[in-house]
Write a protein that binds this ligand. Sequence first.
Ligand SMILES: [Cu+2]
Length: 585
Amino acid sequence: MSNTPDTNGGLSRRGFNLLAGAGAMLGLAGAASARPQGGNCRGSGTTPGGGFDGNGVSLPSSPFTYVPFTREMPKPPVKAPCAIIDPTNPSQSGNWPWQPGNCHHGVAPEYFNQPSDWQAGPLKLYEMDQKDGVHEIIPGVQTPIRGYDGIYPGPTFRSRMCEPMVLRVKNSLNTQTSVHLHGAHNPAHCDGYPNFYVSPGQQRDYYYPNICPRKPDGSGQWDTTESPSTMWYHDHGMDLTAENVVMGMAGFHIFTDALEEQLVADNVLPGGDQDLPIVLQDRRLRSDGTIFFDALDHNGYLGDIMVVNGAAQPFLRVQRRKYRFRFLDGANARFFLLRLTWGNFTQIGNDSWLLPQAIETNELLLSPAKRCDVIVDFTNAPNEVYLVNILKQDSGRGPGGTTANPQRLNPGVPMLKFIVEGPVVGNDATVVPGTPLRPHHAIAASEITTTREFLFHRSNGAWMINGKFFDEFRADATPTLGSAERWILKNGGGGWWHPVHIHLESHQIVKLNGQAPAPSLRYKSDVAMLGPNDTAEVHMRFRTFTGPFVFHCHNLEHEDMRMMFVFDPRTTPTQAPQPIQSYYP
Ligand SMILES: [Cu+2]
């Protein structure tokens, strides 16, 4: 593994970004053969007015019509390993299709230095190619995409505690990429650090140990309160994230462990076909079917077509029983306020983690990158139920209103139609509001050793934290491994919303604007949503892995325009920002 940084021939990073964006668009023009389609519901997915850019200029509407709710909701395929290996069994040596690390960008040093209890289960090897593809967001309209394995959304990974995996990612695109597994506790080498690239034509081995942190009591035991459930992966390439994600580079990664498997085995939580990951996004198309993306719009991408698992306004057939829906806001800049036209949600998870107990709610507010894991009980439902977005948002600035009182649309935009069929299914899952799920251990104020403040603000049409732009070679915080810190995350104002994502560790939101946050936000999060003028106080612990890692606004246009900082956990206390570890290329 060499340690030479990738360079872009002397171009500035931003210059490179713009060139790459323009090149990609030119490359796409002419590839599409779509024509506007007939139908009776032009703009059915659009927000009123079709949306505006950050300067108040009306965006071009997608010039297609279609009949919504005529197409079944796609379910991304589950990714299968190319080999399952027991490394301690010499008779399996012939099963290796390739040796981890034997590729251009190598594998994390941690792979060669695993504690024995990281390998309680077999090692799974996966291969995935990042490549161009064609996808029908609207039926009959061929839209060029960039996809993991060439599909949109990408394949769903399912992994299990202490069953490590190495994912060999190939890059057949003509742009740099970096894969981030959002919500995971993984080594820095494979966390999708913005310039730890998979270069075009090359491969990188992402080693996911699939562990959770150990307990802070020194016992060495796993802290299973931190074991995740619903993660997702997406591109995190420096300056290119927004474009790569809007072109299709995102998918689910579902994690389980003994505790969650028991909840399913005991019929507390629905499993199998009643457990569905659902990604909500928005897209805007040009007349040739290509995805509209303006690389010069730094305010936030808004589409006028509501897309669910890659399809515009689909339907889903459900039985009269409980379902687990893992909702992800996978949009670049669009927030969602979700309601059902009948019944409530029973929320069981926030971001990556199950809640300590199920919570009933009639609305779910999601920012980009947030997940809400919910149960919907269709037992007594009418034959048709709709999932509706009732949030008013006309620009990348964010929705109207505040986090406490977001501006609502009436009647809102239906995203997904549930067709409820058949008789009541007996012996259904037993989860109800109040059902205990995954225990939670709060980080006490007395454990905090350091307090840091971060102001997220606008400057010269771009985005800063504490008066600085992102610099991948500068550590902005160097916490000590094993310690707990308090981070104050402040929105610098101007009506902008900034959903702040911190990599590596869960954070515990202890105060939002001086008050206890809403019940579902009181436990573990990986995105702290900052509405206009919001201040969040979060506690977090730094464990297992030295850096560098990033935290950033997950409005992807803000992230690309530099609203990102580096934190670099060290084994010994230091204030020194240099050197940060590097794993190039
Ligand atoms: Cu932002």
